[in-house]
Design a binder for this molecule. Structure first.
Ligand code: SAH
Ligand code: SF4
Ligand code: F3S
Length: 483
């Protein structure tokens, strides 16, 4: 009998990819995925530690499982990912029903641990943990070829029958930047770059299997540089050219997340020169104040960031740029926050992810700087920046009405379209048209090359295809189109 596995994923794209790889391995060992958590044989949470809020979600899931475990005593519970690495001892103490803790740097050991736990539930239930812990820095000298984690990425298997057209491919693990607020260098460990041939082979395999979009992943993806044993170096720009050339049938190649200080002109030129690389950048600014950027240890000034955005736009006038911001960083004044507002207004991002500062145990900022911006002020700044970005999104989207764009259809949607103040009139026109759709048509959702979401009505057989559609209406976060 197959054992049932429930796997829930939190956090960033790295975690989504890790979950896919873990699932592949456990499927090969005879586990089947289930959506029903409380009666599963194995429950795994792949967790994120980046803000306290991300951890709270997992704490409440673990709390709920106490009861489920009593009625289903052979259930194996595992916490994997960044939170396991960051909070190991405390997690076992707070939630004694956890069987397995496995950090993101040790996931190759997870299948063995799960199997072991499942076999022992009836007899000697023993806690198991695989964490990098204090070895984090020691493994900095590891060469990717000797990195056991490489085997996890290399083991990737997929079936063209599952119909997925989008895939993530890791090019770099870990992070060396140590931005003062961030847990990632502690949870994911030091930066390790994968050998270019392994990356190219993986992208080729996915393309041959029918994938239409590949997103290269790294915490600072554009910092990629691989030193070959013979002393040669493959830079990020080299890698982009090589992947593009090796996969002529891949219509879309993109990458996230870029680090402002690490962009070479060559990498931007590679984006411009390779027609199938999407003109899309996610390049977090974090703040518009030089003093706050220094306290964050970001290594660039607001002016340097603005210059980079200008260069990218000169080379690719149609580029869509997304950013991240942290508001209410310790000691941030109203004036400094207004510099962030000004930077946002100037850059007119396609989208911004805006977060209230959350002190993370063990980070430099948490240890050195009191979290002195009141919650109320953080909330106000968050809302002000969100409102500004919302207006920019609405303007950018309204300007696209009438254009024809290429979209990759991702699936069915259920996007309501309540009129908004900004785009109410356009919205209304769309509502009227909606009545005319044939009964077998459903709302489908696709994405443009610039990562904008497009909703339209068509036959669900269009899912997984590249289509050119005409934008007929716009809302802050969504474009509406007709085939
Ligand atoms: N590697 C990426 C992003 C990592 S985390 C990069 O460097 O750009 C994603 C985002 O979470 C960050 O860009 C930052 O805006 C936010 N973030 C990270 N730590 C945070 C913290 N302690 N409090 C609030 N937001 C945080
Ligand atoms: Fe965190 Fe900074 Fe690394 Fe991004 S670059 S993962 S924010 S330490
Ligand atoms: Fe979260 Fe870890 Fe990603 S902390 S953002 S899951 S690298």
């Amino acid at each position: 009998m197959k054992r049932r596995l429930y796997l829930e994923t939190f956090g960033c794209q790295m975690n989504v990819l890790d979950s896919e790889l873990v699932l592949n391995q456990l499927r090969a060992m005879g586990y089947e995925q289930t959506d029903t958590r409380d009666t599963a044989d194995v429950v795994l949470f792949n967790t994120c530690s980046v803000r306290e809020h991300a951890e709270q979600k997992v704490w409440s899931r673990l709390g709920e499982l106490r009861e489920a475990r009593q009625t289903n005593p052979t259930m194996v519970i595992g916490v994997i990912g960044c939170m396991a690495e960051r909070d190991s001892a405390d997690l076992f103490r707070k939630f004694p029903h956890i069987d397995i803790l496995c950090g993101p740097g040790e996931l190759d050991r997870l299948p063995g641990m799960v199997h072991n736990a499942v076999l022992n539930t009836g007899t000697a239930r023993a806690r198991q943990s695989a964490l990098m812990g204090k070895n984090t820095r020691r493994s900095a000298t590891l060469h990717a070829a000797e990195d056991t984690l490489e085997s996890l990425d290399l083991s990737r298997s997929f079936s063209p029958a599952d119909g997925t057209k989008q895939a993530y491919v890791r090019i770099t693990r870990g992070c060396n930047k140590f931005c003062s607020y961030c847990v990632v260098p502690y949870t994911r460990g030091p930066e390790v770059h994968r050998p270019p041939q392994n990356i190219i082979d993986e992208v080729k395999k996915l393309t041959d299997g029918g994938h239409l979009e590949v997103t290269l992943l790294g915490q600072t993806v554009n910092h990629y540089h691989y030193k070959h044993p013979d002393g040669r170096t493959t830079s990020f720009a080299d890698l982009l050219y090589q992947i593009h050339e090796a996969t002529p049938h891949l219509p879309r190649l993109r990458f996230v997340t870029s680090f402002p200080r690490d962009f070479s002109r060559e990498a931007l030129q590679a984006m411009r020169d390779c027609s199938r690389i999407c003109h899309y950048l996610h390049i977090p600014a974090q703040s518009g104040s030089d003093r706050i950027l220094r306290m964050m240890n970001r290594g660039y000034s607001a002016d340097q960031y603005l210059e980079l955005i200008d260069t990218a736009r000169q080379l690719m006038p149609d580029i869509a740029i997304a950013s991240d911001f942290i508001v209410g960083f310790p000691t941030e004044t109203d004036d400094e926050f207004q510099q962030t507002v000004a930077l946002t207004a100037h850059c007119r991002f396609k989208n911004s992810f805006i977060f209230k500062y959350s002190p993370r145990p063990g980070t430099h900022a948490q240890e050195r700087y009191p979290d002195d911006v009141p919650e109320e002020v953080k909330r106000r700044r968050n809302n002000e920046l969100l409102a500004l970005q919302g207006n920019i999104c609405a303007d950018n989207n309204a300007a696209m009405v009438g254009q024809s764009v290429e979209i990759l259809v991702e699936g069915e949607g259920s996007l309501a379209s309540p009129p908004t103040v900004d785009a109410g009139h356009v919205e209304l026109a769309w509502e009227k048209k909606k009545q005319k759709h044939p009964a077998d048509h459903k709302q489908l959702i696709g994405r443009t090359r610039g990562d904008q979401i497009v909703a339209f009505h068509a036959d669900p057989s269009q899912i997984g295809k590249l289509l050119t559609v005409k934008i007929t209406a716009a809302r802050q976060m969504t474009l509406f189109a007709e085939c």
